[in-house]
Design a protein around this ligand. Structure first.
Ligand code: G4P
Length: 193
């Protein structure tokens, strides 16, 4: 997605070896116009696939996921990273290890928001090591729903997430793919949509 690549080049900052800071439009401050375009791009790609729900994980997945859900005219559900006291019945959970934070956390979704008839599109802001996506797949499949594909806003293709998901026969559709960081410059490769 050209608009997104341009924005990453303009406002993204490479930190250290493998982190891209995009807090001015995606992970902290959010550019709603850009998110709407991201939502439309995913919806154009998936419009004929019969998606019934978009699922993401809090926090930074929510913005691209809600605009995708809006464009596909289906509900969006986000996995929570901590249980709250109103989540009392039928909770589906999975363990997710974060390499970035070096902690394992339990993510959860109330079972009533997913069912066997659902065809789910997972949306997330970053694909790095693929652990968040794996955890979401586990939760979704516990409900009997099927995962159609994983839609990613920014894929860091030099990390193992995509490989891991594809080994598991999952379809990954990334709007941007970063091949590498070279002297703090971002090098893109051809994206999926
Ligand atoms: P994984 O889910 O693909 O395995 O990734 P990893 O454990 O490496 O990353 C954990 C968190 O760090 C995720 O957010 C992920 O989106 C984020 N992340 C990974 N690489 C980058 C990067 O290059 N830049 C930025 N800005 N974030 C990155 P999270 O902990 O779930 O955070 P949030 O969504 O609550 O903000």
């Amino acid at each position: 997605m050209k608009l997104l690549e341009e924005r990453i080049l303009k406002d993204g900052h490479v930190l250290g070896e493998n982190i891209l800071k995009v807090d001015s439009f995606l992970t902290h401050q959010v550019d709603a116009n850009l998110m709407r375009e991201i939502g439309k791009a995913f919806a154009t790609y998936f419009k004929t696939t019969g998606i019934t729900k978009v699922v993401t994980i809090e926090a930074s997945g929510i913005a691209p996921a809600i605009y995708t859900a809006e464009a596909l005219e289906v509900p969006m559900v986000f996995a929570k990273k901590s249980k709250n006291i109103t989540m009392t019945e039928g909770i589906l959970t999975a363990e997710v290890y974060s390499f970035t934070k070096q902690v394992t956390s339990t993510i959860s979704i109330a079972g009533k928001f997913l069912n066997r008839q659902d065809k789910v599109l997972i949306i997330d802001d970053f694909l790095a090591n693929g652990k968040a996506a794996k955890g979401l797949i586990e939760i979704i499949e516990q409900s009997g729903a099927s995962v159609e594909a994983i839609g990613i806003v920014i894929e860091k293709s030099f990390q193992e997430g995509r490989k891991l998901l594809e080994e598991d026969k999952r379809k990954v559709v990334s709007l941007t793919r970063i091949q590498k960081f070279e002297n703090r410059k971002i090098v893109f490769m051809e994206a999926d949509a």
